[in-house]
Design a binder for this molecule. Structure first.
Ligand SMILES: NC(=O)c1ccc[n+]([C@@H]2O[C@H](COP(=O)([O-])OP(=O)(O)OC[C@H]3O[C@@H](n4cnc5c(N)ncnc54)[C@H](O)[C@@H]3O)[C@@H](O)[C@H]2O)c1
Length: 460
């Protein structure tokens, strides 16, 4: 039975946390839960993953994970082997843990509204096993007031305990990016919005010792909930800006990356401008939905916001735009798409991950399939099962076979493996005058051209 962390003095919490005697339960062992759980276990904490999916639990207990994050497999294997990480479907395991971190999913509904059903179910299950001294930390991305108006009443009703009195409660958004999740988890400051000061301080103590990061304490959970939405709206809008600049630069025959790099040297508001990079699309579980959460939030208070809709619309045009670039490039080579061989490199939603959830690459692949071209698809990160969600064409396991005799290479995810094959080797394998469409602007145009390809990036 855990000793309880909430309600103790700061010095006691500090000692308890530093002694790594506090167990940490992570409820929802999907992408984010597994990253957090494995990192905390690797850093010395006893971690219990709780998930409703038996298959996920079984896999973790075998020391395995299908979450396609660089370095995560090793952390899971090692932590399970030394006995610091285990998983279960039984919420009774909460009794052995002082901290309860909730990372269940919050998908988008058919009318672009947030679905918080899993949050409610998880809160109910946690509440049924809640004890005095627990600190519950919600990390899922949620609309403002979810912690206070949905999670808190459920926890209090099911447990008979009071938040801020008997147990601690806070919202701490997860702001890591897939592909560099482990590094970011242990380097990005954590925003803490708690129902009371003691919960906030206990959270900050945990993050300082467990992850080695600072906390940014805001007034309350709803502010912290809004912070996460503001961050992701900023990313989506910023990429939309870069994408529209890229389209203009394409027409004008300019290099958008040069424009952006130079534009970013302008100081503004105490720091430099930071226009992000254009690409063939924005996807994944967060950026495709969180702007809609903001849009929905605006509607709920009688506001018709323009920005979320605009950023989503602009970014959603990019796959078709990228496909259009390909057909133009082929035409310049006297070829048509119908009789060309096209090799797609990378179908994950971004570089160096195998996650295909809401990947923009799916729309490019669909257009290629419809075109009747001869298509091969290669992605070293994506398991076959996940690949089926993008295309029915079986993945070509090795890059050399995938690109053989291709008239066009389309890099839709710029995985590091693609940079390890010498460009001249790729050029030897492909057809003469092969087009190299770099959908992630992850290659050096001069090097690609020097190898004999016709290079084109997004906006360059
Ligand atoms: N994926 C990202 O890069 C990212 C980054 C920051 C924040 N987030 C946010 O974090 C949250 C989780 O995202 P994810 O990508 O890990 O989702 P996910 O779908 O991979 O994982 C959610 C997990 O919760 C489990 N679950 C569902 N209901 C449950 C319940 N009642 N009890 C216990 N487990 C339950 C599911 O089985 C699943 O394993 C979302 O709100 C997301 O918006 C995600």
């Amino acid at each position: 039975m855990a000793e309880g962390v909430f309600g103790r003095s700061d010095a006691e919490i500090d000692l308890l946390v530093r002694g790594m005697r506090s167990g940490i339960a992570v409820v929802g062992f999907g992408y984010i839960g597994t990253v957090i759980g494995a990192v905390l276990a690797d850093r010395g904490w006893p971690v219990t993953g709780i998930d409703v999916r038996q298959a996920v639990v079984d896999e973790i207990n075998l020391g395995k994970t299908t979450v396609p994050e660089p370095g995560l497999g090793e952390l899971v294997a090692d932590s399970v082997r030394v006995g610091r990480l285990r998983a279960t479907t039984d919420f009774g395991a909460l009794a052995d843990n002082d901290f309860v971190i909730v990372t269940v999913g919050t998908p988008l509904g058919p009318d672009f509204e947030p679905i918080v059903d899993d949050i409610k179910a998880a809160a109910k299950a946690v509440g049924a096993h809640l004890r005095v001294g627990h600190l519950v930390i919600l990390k899922s991305t949620v609309p403002p007031d979810t912690t206070e108006n949905i999670v808190r009443p459920i926890l209090e009703e099911t447990s008979g305990l009071r938040a801020g009195v008997d147990f601690g409660l806070a919202f701490c958004p997860e702001r890591l990016a897939e592909g560099q999740a482990i590094f970011e988890l242990t380097s990005i400051p954590v925003v803490v919005g708690a129902v009371d000061e003691r919960s906030a301080r206990a959270c900050s103590t945990l993050w300082r010792h467990a992850l080695g990061v600072d906390s940014v304490v805001v007034d309350d959970p709803r502010t912290a909930e809004m912070v996460k939405l503001a961050d992701n709206l900023w990313v989506d809008l910023n990429v939309a800006l870069a994408n529209e600049l890229a389209k203009v630069c394409d027409r004008l025959g300019m290099d958008a990356l040069q424009v952006i790099e130079a534009a970013n040297t302008m100081p503004k508001g105490g720091r430099d401008a930071n226009i992000l990079r254009p690409s063939m699309g924005v996807g994944g579980y967060c950026l495709t939905k969180d702007p809609w959460f903001v849009n929905h939030l605006g509607q709920s208070v009688g506001l018709e916001l323009a920005i979320p809709r605009t950023s989503r619309t602009v970014n959603d045009t990019m796959p078709a735009y990228t496909y259009g670039l390909l057909t133009e490039l082929l035409a310049e080579q006297g070829k048509v798409i119908e009789t060309s061989k096209v090799a797609v490199l990378g179908i994950a939603f971004k570089n160096n991950t195998g996650d295909c959830r809401l990947t923009p690459t799916k729309y490019v692949v669909a257009l290629l399939e419809e075109s009747g071209c001869q298509l091969s698809v290669h992605d070293p990160w994506v398991p076959d099962e996940e690949a089926h969600t993008v295309t029915k064409i079986p993945l070509t396991p090795d890059i050399e076979s995938a690109v053989k005799d291709a008239d066009a290479l389309m890099v839709l995810a710029g995985h590091r493996e693609f940079h390890q094959v010498p460009l001249v080797r790729l050029a030897e394998l492909t057809a003469a005058g092969c087009v190299f469409l770099d959908g992630r602007n992850s290659f050096d145009p001069a090097a690609v051209r020097a190898a004999g390809f016709i290079y084109k990036g997004i906006g360059r």
